[in-house]
Design a protein around this ligand. Sequence first.
Ligand code: FAD
Length: 386
Amino acid sequence: MIRRDVLVVGAGPAGSTAAEMAAAAGCDVLIVDRKAEIGSPVQCGGFVPEAFELGQLLPNAHLPQSLVEIPSRCLLHRTSLQRLYSPYGRTAQFSVAGRCLDRRAFDRYLAGRAARAGAEIAPGTRFVPGRENRLCGRASGKVQAEVIIGADGPSSATARLLGVSPRAGAEVGVCIEYEMVGVDIDAQAAEMYFGTAWAPGGYAWIIPLGQDSANVGIGIRPSYLSPGQSLTYILDRFIARHPQASQRLGGGKVVAVMKGLVPSGGMPSAIAGPGILLAGDAAGQVMATSGGGIPLAMVGGRLAGETAEAYVRGEGQLSDYPSRIDEEMGRELGSSVKIRSLVDLVMRSDRSMDLLFSRLEPEMMKDIMRGKMPGRLGSICSKIGL
Ligand SMILES: Cc1cc2nc3c(=O)[nH]c(=O)nc-3n(C[C@H](O)[C@H](O)[C@H](O)COP(=O)(O)OP(=O)(O)OC[C@H]3O[C@@H](n4cnc5c(N)ncnc54)[C@H](O)[C@@H]3O)c2cc1C
């Protein structure tokens, strides 16, 4: 029997942050990840706003130091703009200082911080929940912990112990992304492209990784797909045929393919229960308007680690965790889900989406991407008959 104060399932941004916090405060922490190589394969675009932008995005959150100051070895590039394309090619842009991560290096960096704080790490180890929880792989056997922190991503097995799923509440976003080289992109701009032909129910993105390389992907909702369409087909068509993007991407070469899921329905009905906390994607802590989850996962992880540590010391309850999450990012999480539902209404029609684009000022779009409901959005929607 493996016994620990805290078992953290998943060594992504949420899990490693949680493990670092709990271990640094003196808990006996084991962190397991089914990946033999932490951080690989990558399932992410790696775009994270600079710390001062995050301060505006999540004004009540205490950002972990590891998110505020990311070491240069984990950074591939920096951008200064976000540019949006409507289905009919209208553009809008606003300033956003962004960091483009080497996600593999970043996950390893975070896991290293957890290890240096005292956590034991078991890569290549899967957590199997059940009446008796088990570990399989490098660490193997029955496992017991005073607290299990489920930071095991959008298909969380740990969430099943609470009878919930981070994929409930709204249709999950499915994503495919290519790392491309030899592209002729605007290295200053992270770009988003909308339109039913290019990214049904979601958007396509270009995240620069340098002068001639980029992560190029689409995130869509399956119910918006026409019969017979595959994700690969849609992304290839975007690269080859989008009027603006194809000119930048057409000559590029694909060097890596990544796939993954993004929960976009907000937090499930329970993120804490007897002996269990959920953090990051496993807890639906994702900005539903953009699908960006790294900053929220790290704030969620920090709070889960702190709550677990206080509980182990006998100075707090696990049931404190949801209200702490609410205090630090509940408003932004909630309104991003509402905005996403509203934008969903528009997304099925390119005409309506284009009209919405024409009515929104760039700063309002920035607010929307940050999960802030601009006062006029509701009235604009009713004006265009939604
Ligand atoms: C294609 C794509 C692009 C994205 N781009 C961006 C972006 O540009 N910016 C951004 O902010 N967000 C982006 N996201 C979202 C972001 O990747 C996630 O929100 C973030 O990784 C969440 O961190 P996490 O620690 O909660 O989960 P994860 O990073 O998913 O980590 C979960 C870990 O748990 C492990 N695990 C799962 N099950 C088990 C088990 N049973 N036992 C042991 N280990 C297990 C997994 O191996 C994994 O390492 C993107 C997502 C996708 C799919």
